[in-house]
Each structure stands twice: as C-alpha cells, then as structure tokens.
Design a protein around this ligand. Structure first.
Ligand code: HEC
Length: 378
C-alpha cells in the first residue's frame, strides 16, 4: 500500500515533470549562457535516470536542451545521465576538442560504459589525437581501456613515447595491469617499454598484482641486490661529483669504454662532454636505468644477417653505396660489403646495457649522476 506521503511525492514529481517538459519544449533558441539554460539543466538533473523511450515528450525536451549546450561539458552530463547512446560520437568529439576539460575523461568513460570502444579505436590509430586519448583513457580508470591500449603497447611501429603513455594508463586499472603482466610473462613486452612497465607495475595498489609484477619484472637494484630507492628520493641526496668521475672510469661499469668526455674515452656512444646541459638529473637517472627508452638519432642498434650465415651487431657508423661501417663496442669498426648482406633489422634495445647501476651502491649511483650533471657547456 502506498502511503499518503509517497503518493504526494509521486504526484508532485509528475507535475514537476510535466511542467519542465512543456517549458523546455516551449523555450526554443535559448543560448547556452542564458541563465534560464542553467535552470533547465538544474531541473533536468533531477529527472536523470528516467527512461526516455517510455516518455517521448521528455525525450524531446532533453534533446532540445542538449542542442542548446552542444559542445559544452553540460552536454556530456546529459548524454550520460539520460543514457543517450546514439550521442556517443558527440562525446568523443567533445573529448578530442577539450582534452584538458575535466569532463573529457567523463565523456570517454561514458563511451566505454555504452560499450562503444569501437568509436575510440580509429582515433587511437591516428598519430595526432592518440596521445591525448591514451592519457584520458587512463583517467577514466575503466577496465575496458585494456583491449584498446594493449595493442598500442606491443605495436613497435608506433612512437615509443605514445607506447610509454599507454603503459602508464594501463597501470591505473586492474585489467591493464593483468594485461601488462601477461605480456611480460609471454615475453611479448617490447624492450623499449620494459623499463617504464617495471616502474609502473611495481607501484600498483593491488598487493597480489604488485607481488606478481615484482617476480616477473623485478624492480631495479643496486649493489648487493638491494632495492633501488625511488628516484624522487635519490634526487634529494647529496652527490659527490669528484667521486662520480672516478666511478665513470671504473672498469666494472666502464662508461668511459663507450663514451667520451672531452678527448678522453671511446667515441662509440654519444659524447657526454656537455650532457649536464642536455639532461636534467632525473633524465640522467633514467638514461642509465632504462637506456632503451630514448635512443638518440644515429645510435640505434642494428643486426645484420650476412649471406654466408654470419651475423653482425652494432651501430651504423657510416654508410656508402657499397658498404656499411659498423661500430662495435670496444672494437675496431667492421666493414660490411652491401653485396654480402642478406638483411638488416633495427633492434628496439639500446646497445648500452641496462642496469649498470647494479654494480654500484645507491650513494655511488648518486655520485655518478652528480658527475654527469656537472659536465656542462663551458
Ligand atoms: C656498451 C657501450 C656503453 C656503455 C658501457 C655505456 N653506454 Fe651510455 N650509451 C651508449 C649508447 C650506444 C648510447 C646511445 C643510445 C641510447 O641512448 O641508449 C648511450 C647513451 C647514454 C646516455 C644518453 C646520452 C644522450 O645524449 O642522451 C647517457 C647519459 C649515458 N649513455 C651514460 C652512460 C653511463 C653513465 C655509463 C656507465 C655507467 C654508460 N653510459 C655506459 C653506450 C654505452
């Protein structure tokens, strides 16, 4: 039995509804800035969740208001609140046009809730909006982003920066973390995103997944297999550049065997004479922990397969019409006749070994970075 109060509420509700509907329908051409629009939106928000299909008049009214707030954050709310699935494209357009608006992530979240990932996919395939979308999808914190972003992570033809952003977004949702761990397990996680995946997955908030990540993608260590303290913390430590200079030349890490400082050292890798001007300290930490993440132009690693079955591996020092000069660490350049080469493939992994800091204590690592940071343009 309905109580008197509930009957009264019901009557009141339907009156409000009727009034609102007629008012919306009778008020065409109101600009979105109009204060009446604000009032309409406010009234609409009280009606959300109603089944519009059962109430064509209300649907008309809602669509009318939607037209007035076209392209505005309010439109996102209306489409979400009234489940206007046929307006999903408008949501995507909004997100692409207003990526920094807080409603942009909400727009994408709504598309995912409508089960319309298919709308997002083409934009992820294009280079321009993809970066923004990849970040926003992370903000939605929806598990459904996983099937959209995993293919980007493994598509090594795409920009490494974009793929790193995809890893970061995936690490924000459980399904994404599960997907990344599965890639690492199957040995399908490309090496140039391994570093970022390691950092992100070892910091996730789901204890079981975090433990699994630590097994499969162990976090970086320093000497004695001790966990490397977070970079943010190391940045606070005082480093001794003169000690770092000695470490740079120490045979166990042998930076000098591949890099020149001034005229000293080998010119295999890029000269580091002014590296402190080029990279800040956090980028310097990264360049040692994860050399494959940002390989400079001309320092890509190549693998050559020769017709006689031999293989060669190194950096291309120079190339002419009939030969390639291959630089190999610590050795004399190797000349390959082009007529002897069957094929060449570019490697995703830097030729600079990762994890060189594992031979140093955390303090020594900080000293080394202090030294690199001190190498500046005169
Ligand atoms: C086997 C050779 C090799 C060794 C050993 C090596 N590097 Fe490298 N390093 C390279 C190559 C090649 C590159 C360029 C490709 C890349 O960025 O990964 C590079 C890149 C760098 C960069 C980025 C340079 C830039 O201009 O962006 C820094 C910084 C660096 N190395 C520091 C070091 C330090 C410090 C050590 C010792 C702990 C070291 N490297 C050991 C080969 C080496």
């Amino acid at each position: 039995m309905p109580t008197t109060a509930s009957i009264r509420t019901a009557v009141l509700r339907s009156t409000v509804l009727a009034l609102t509907v007629s008012w919306f329908t009778l008020s065409p051409g109101i600009s979105a800035d109009d204060s009446r629009t604000q009032v309409m939106l406010e009234a609409l928000s009280r009606l959300k969740g109603r089944d519009l299909e059962a109430n064509p008049a209300l649907k008309n009214a809602v669509l009318n208001v939607l037209k007035q707030v076209d392209g505005k954050p309010a439109a996102v709310e209306i489409i979400r609140d009234f489940q206007l699935k046929d307006q999903a494209q408008a949501l995507l357009d909004f997100a692409l046009k207003n990526p920094t608006d807080p409603a942009a992530a909400e727009a994408l979240k709504t598309i995912l809730a409508f089960d319309r990932s298919d709308l997002i996919r083409p934009s992820l395939a294009a280079d321009l909006p993809a970066g923004v979308l990849v970040d926003l999808l992370g903000v939605t914190a929806e598990n459904r982003i996983s099937p959209l972003l995993i293919p980007i992570v493994v598509d090594t033809k795409r920009d490494v920066g974009l793929r790193r952003r995809a890893v970061k977004s995936l690490a924000r949702v459980q399904e994404g973390v599960v997907g990344l761990i599965a890639l690492a397990k199957d040995d399908r996680l490309p090496p140039d995103v391994r570093g970022i995946a390691t950092t992100e997955l070892n910091a996730v908030r789901w204890p079981q997944l975090k433990a699994e990540a630590a097994r499969i993608l162990p976090p970086p260590v320093v000497q004695g297999d001790r966990a490397l303290p977070p970079i943010a913390e190391l940045l606070q430590w005082a480093g001794d550049a003169s000690k770092g200079a000695v470490i740079f030349r120490r045979p166990t890490v042998n930076c000098i065997g591949c890099h020149q400082v001034g005229t000293e050292g080998s010119d295999f890798g890029p000269a580091l004479t002014e590296i402190g001007t080029k990279l800040g300290k956090d980028a310097l930490f990264d360049s040692i922990l994860d050399p494959s993440a940002g390989i400079g132009f001309g320092y890509e690693t190549w693998q050559f397969e020769l017709k006689n079955g031999d293989e060669a591996f190194g950096l291309i020092g120079s190339e002419t019409e009939d030969q390639v000069v291959l630089k190999v660490p610590g050795g004399t350049p190797q000349r390959l006749k082009k007529s002897e080469i069957r094929q060449r493939t570019q490697q995703k992994l830097s030729i600079m070994p990762a994890n060189l800091q594992a031979a140093l204590s955390a303090q020594e690592f900080v000293d080394l970075i202090a030294y690199l940071a001190s190498l500046k343009k005169p």
